[in-house]
Design a protein around this ligand. Sequence first.
Ligand code: COA
Length: 333
Amino acid sequence: MTRSAHLAGIGSFLPSCRVPNAQLAARMDTSDEWIRTRTGIRQRYFAEPGTTTSDLAAEAGARAMKSAGLAEVGAVVLATTTPDRPCPATAPVVAAKLGLAGCPAFDVQAVCTGFVYALATACGLLAMGCVDTVLVIGAETFSTILNPADRATSVIFGDGAGAMVLRSGHTAGNGAVGPFDLGSDGTGRDLITVRAGGAEQRRSGLAPAPGDEYFSMAGREVFRQAVEHMAQSARAVLGHVGWQAGDVDWLACHQANLRILVRLADVLGIPEARVLANIAEVGNTSAASIPLAIDQAYQAGRFKAGDRLLLSAFGGGLTWGSTVLTWPDLTHP
Ligand code: COA
């Protein structure tokens, strides 16, 4: 019998340092009005000094495990662009912080698409019978790679973490996750990148150029490609699962920019009222954004069992991916 993956628990965590637009406008050439109208963002959260991605990931992971009623899981998969160190991966540290030392744990790097890639990876582990439960986390301390001199990126990103526990099952229906549509285009890697710090720059024998150690993005081109690829990918996954746009109760997309979410919903023919959007409150939290948005909507009581969610993301790589999820009857809120 084909094994499937089911959502068994969910949780999220935000660091305590709230940064309203006005605080950024006080130290760089921008304004609350520009940020709100161009991105929909009113505030974001930055991790306190000393707090790293593994700290946020462990908090979100603990909440998801509590929601699933589990003290242990079979594996930990962490999606992040901002690992604690370039080497080793951060997931084993998260597992150790959760008292799960010994279980398989590894990172997935697909920037803002990371959580969808990590979910697909977890579904593969479950389908192959490697484990019966997987903790899938998206966590970022994006503030650590933002260039304080670059107003175009500094105002967009925030820190945070979200997590889901997936459990193996044998049926479709409530809780089922998948199928997936995933893709990449490495010819676009310069559009979203941190140029320095990897083998390419070290092999060049040259010191990093000023600013190259920070995140950079060609915002306008990314905007265009984000809408195009998410729409294509979302349509592909709807085709795989046999749903029409009208069957989707919630569009749960990567929170890149409010205007991207609105445009995508319009292109897909999904009413704006069905779009999950928490970007105003948390900014773009990259790999954390989808589970964070879904958990906040869950905590606010917006879902009922059987609701159909369409998840879609686009990010550096370039990468993109989509999946679907039928909301489960979670018993440990
Ligand atoms: N405050 C004020 N002005 C700013 C600014 C800021 N924070 N950032 C850029 N500007 C200026 C630019 O310098 C430019 O000025 P100019 O016209 O005098 O040259 C003007 O605003 C327009 O810049 P542009 O980059 O074309 O704006 P935009 O409407 O495309 O919005 C983004 C910029 C970044 C908000 C938008 O492109 C975007 O959201 N892109 C996708 C981001 C994303 O999703 N990234 C995550 C990867 S999935």
